[in-house]
Design a protein. Sequence first.
Length: 108
Amino acid sequence: MSKIYEPLADFKTEDLPEKTLPFWKIAGPGAILVGLSIGAGEIIIWPRVAAEFGASMVWAAVLGVFLQLWINFEVGRWTVATGETVYTGYARVWRGFSLVFILLTLLG
C-alpha cells in the first residue's frame, strides 16, 4: 500500500488518433450536456443577488457561467485524454489535494 507522500506513477502517453469527424459533431453533444449542468446553483443565488443589487451584478453571473463552462470542458478533456479522473491528476501533482478538496467541501 502506498504512503500519502509517495507520488503516483507517471501515466503513459500515446499519439492521438486521426481526426475523422468535424469538430461540432464531436463537441456538440458534450456542449449540450455541459450546458444542462450549468446553472443549478445559480437558480437559487442569482435571484437574491438581483433583488439586492439590481442589474449591476449581471456581469458576475455571465462570468460565472462562462468560467464554469470552461472548467467543465477542461475536466472532460483531461478525462478523455488520460483515462483518469481530474482528482487523480491533482493527486499526481500533490497528494494533499485530496484533503484540500475534502476540507473545501466541508467548509462550503
